[in-house]
Design a protein around this ligand. Structure first.
Ligand code: ADP
Ligand code: ZN
Length: 741
């Protein structure tokens, strides 16, 4: 349905024959695949994309006029539209994008629409406010006190203002302002206070760019100026100034008067990014992520829909906002798996950003120091263009990376830091520099067991161990959030003092540092103990002042942050990600460790990275130590090509889940029996998912693999149509799966 915005409904008189009400199709933000017909009351003019309120059963819901009525319901049975919102219509491009995403991910169109209209309250204009201005004719009889004179001075030659503002500036109470209005000294006006986000200035000069940066920036500026769909991969080492480079593309889009969307994987933690943006453009961007307050969401959604928000920076959900005039999409850290949404509508925001750019005929810019294999292959195939930044800005050199072979350098019993690493940290701190210990595990220990009977503490709702969070005195499930106290005795054999913590988490590393390096001033940085932009800003400050000199953290530390004094990075367990049963495990581990390593030596002092490993000959470790990213990537590409794995073949996963084990099993088997067949189709499973139980639901998986050009969506649709799924069982479809849990 690609019709331009036209007037449909009441204006197209007589579409249903003489006297019959005309009708339109309205899509509701519910798990529904099609739009429903509604009658248009006389006198209501509607256009495609208009937001309307309609009855549905006993309820009243907000939907979007999706097109002309389909006529499948008798006119007499049609219910009437209740109300049309005075808000900009959902743009035609947004509607096409929603349909495209629904088709690709095999989701209900209504479920995708729901992501675009997640803030129904934003459809109503904000409540009017009362503003005050000086009356044109001042009543002669009113007495002018000093406070009243100050109020008049404040309002002398400005726009009307709110009582609170005037009172504050005039140094009096609000009562003074209101009384002046009662006595005719001030007049009131009602105004709808739409948020006017300050406009970032695309014409402010940026920093003087290094030659490589300059060449890349020029190419991006041209892509924006020329317009049209292009995808550019900005591939540059950490610290090469990629952000400044894509800021130039943002500047070009702003200068052209168009909207810009920048997607970041961890928006909530990107205080440094926001500061840099404001320093470059003189105003902050409009932010979109799940931690906004309802009032902020409402304001920002309206500003975006009305085109007043010029630059939006957000998490993946920002992709579905109703931009009337998007001119550029940037995806920073494009390789990040955080761009994949794993529940509800399962989609990859990087890939859908490229689709959005294609539909809109605008440039997309993907940015990374360790681009995904998919993007590299797209560059090699000539579909994407690549801009390369091989060197760090200024005098900073790339850090030197070395492995510590834990088979030879064994930490003492009960400890996890090998002597050479501990020694390196000690010396770094003694020299007044700073260090980071990286371990991608929250809490104290990933497993607690009973030494007497071997009992392991597992989540009652999930097939997962409970993680010991000692700072909170809790055993916690990282999948469902279940929490319990660590008991004094084993709940199975009743042995006392028999529970032991197995393996390290960041809290345990901190404990070890307290024992062996009491002079260190550490901070733990993990997503559960550390929240939001304020915490990150406080951390940056503590690092700048030297109050903290050792960071102990998980992957929240891996990206984006720039700590000039940080010269040593120690990776506690470099092998952690190898055995996840995921064909991207090596790629992921390489990206993560490379990113972590990139935190070291970003200013004038050289950086050093030490990787603790039991497998120093592993291809990932060898590539990191030899700084041979391209060799590693070439090897991964060859392996994928041979195995027909993405991006050389296509994958989709079916995850069958239900509260009843037998029913989940039976559905999974029925799906397997009905599986599509063909020379280039392989179906694997059903098998228990690695997370065989999650939140009390039993989970089974099937995986279908096809050639690159197979009509995967059609195959899946036909397949599902052949199987009857019981009401209590869910079948989730994950096209291009990133997670295999
Ligand atoms: P990347 O995103 O590639 O890791 P950044 O864009 O964060 O790199 O840049 C690294 C550091 O170098 C930042 O502190 C940034 O402000 C600084 N920087 C980038 N480009 C320049 C430049 N042309 N001149 C001076 N400093 C720069
Ligand atoms: Zn659980």
């Amino acid at each position: 349905m690609a019709a331009p915005v036209t007037t449909v409904g009441a204006a197209s008189e007589g579409a249903d024959g003489d006297g019959a009400p005309s009708r339109v199709a309205v899509l509701l933000p519910l798990p529904l695949g099609t739009a429903y017909d509604y009658a248009v009351p006389e006198g209501l003019r509607l256009g495609e994309g208009d937001f309307v309120q309609v009855p549905l059963g006993q309820r009243s819901v907000i939907g979007v006029v999706w097109g002309p009525g389909q006529g499948d319901v008798a006119a007499a049975k049609l219910k009437a539209i209740e109300h049309r919102f005075d808000a900009p219509p959902l743009p035609e491009l947004s509607r096409r994008f929603i349909e495209w995403v629904a088709g690709y991910t095999l989701s209900h169109t209504g479920s995708v629409l729901r992501m675009a209209m997640s803030v129904p309250a934003a459809l109503e204009p904000p409540a009017p406010v009362i503003l005050y201005q000086a009356a044109e004719i001042q009543p002669a009889e009113a007495r002018l006190t000093a406070a009243r004179r100050r109020v008049l001075a404040v309002l002398a030659d400005g726009p009307p203002r709110a009582a609170r503002e005037v009172a504050m500036e005039a140094g009096c109470g609000q009562g003074v302002v209101k009384q002046m209005a009662d006595q005719g000294l001030l007049e009131t006006v009602e105004a709808v206070a739409e948020a006017r986000p300050p406009v970032p200035d695309g014409n402010r000069p940026g920093p003087a760019l290094e030659p490589d940066q300059d060449a890349a920036a020029t190419a991006l500026r041209r892509a924006v100026a020329d317009g049209g769909f292009t995808v550019t991969l900005v591939d540059g080492v950490t610290g090469s100034g990629k952000t400044e480079v894509y800021f130039e593309a943002v500047a070009a889009a702003l200068a052209a008067g168009r909207q810009v969307l920048v997607l970041l994987p961890e928006i909530a933690l990107s205080a440094q990014w926001l500061d840099r943006f404001e320093a470059r453009f003189g105003a902050p961007p409009v932010i979109w992520h799940s931690e906004l307050t309802p009032a902020q969401r409402r304001r920002n959604w309206r500003a975006i829909a009305q085109g007043r928000a010029r630059v939006v920076v957000g998490a993946r959900s920002a992709l579905f906002l109703p931009y009337p005039d998007l001119g550029l999409v940037v995806v920073d850290e494009e390789h990040e798996s955080a761009f994949k949404q794993e529940d509800g509508v399962i989609y990859h925001a990087r890939d859908m950003a490229v689709v959005r750019a294609h539909l809109g005929g605008i440039p997309a810019v993907l940015v990374s120091a360790t681009p995904s294999i998919e993007s590299v292959v797209n560059v090699e195939a000539g579909r994407y263009r690549r801009l390369h930044l091989p060197e760090r800005v200024g005098s900073a050199a790339m850090p030197v990376v070395a492995a510590i072979d834990l088979r030879r350098e064994t930490p003492p019993r009960g400890r996890f830091l090998a002597p050479p690493l501990l020694d390196a940290v000690r010396r770094t701190l003694a020299a007044g520099e700073q260090a980071m210990l990286f371990l991608n595990r929250r809490g104290y220990a990933p497993l607690t067991l009973c030494r007497a009977c071997g009992h392991r503490f597992e989540c009652p709702n999930c097939s997962a161990w409970l993680v010991d969070h000692r700072l909170r005195h809790r055993l916690v499930c990282h999948h469902c959030g279940f929490e319990g106290r660590r008991p004094a005795a084993c709940p199975v054999c009743a042995a006392e003092d028999s529970l032991v913590a197995c393996g390290p988490g960041v809290e345990r590393i901190a404990e070890e540092i307290d024992l062996d390096l009491p002079e260190a001033r550490w901070s733990i940085v993990a997503s559960d103990t550390f929240g939001g932009p304020t915490a990150m800003a406080a951390l940056a400050e503590a690092m700048a002042s030297g109050e903290t000199n050792l960071l102990i953290g998980t992957q929240v530390l891996a990206k984006g942050h720039h700590f000039p004094g940080l010269t040593l990075v120690g990776v506690v367990d470099a092998d952690l990600g190898f055995n996840t049963g995921d064909f991207r495990a090596f790629e992921r581990t390489f990206q993560l460790l490379h990113q972590v390593a990139g935190r070291a030596g970003r200013a004038d002092r050289p950086g050093r990275v030490l990787l603790q490993t039991y497998e120093p000959d592993h291809p990932v470790l060898r590539a990191l130590v030899a700084d041979d990213r391209d060799g590693f990537v070439a090897e991964q590409i060859a392996t994928r090509r041979r195995a027909g794995l993405p991006p050389f073949g296509r994958l989709a996963a079916l995850i069958v889940a239900g509260p009843d084990r037998a029913q989940a099993d039976e559905t999974a088997r029925a799906l397997a029996r009905a599986a599509p067949q063909g020379p280039d189709i392989t179906v694997i499973g059903p098998a228990e998912a690695p997370l065989a139980m999650l939140r009390g639901w039993h989970r089974r998986r099937l995986l279908v693999k096809t050639s690159r050009n197979a009509p995967l969506q059609r195959l899946l649709r036909d397949w599902l149509a052949r199987v009857r799924v019981p009401n209590a069982v869910r079948v989730a479809i994950d096209v291009d799966p990133q997670s295999f849990l």
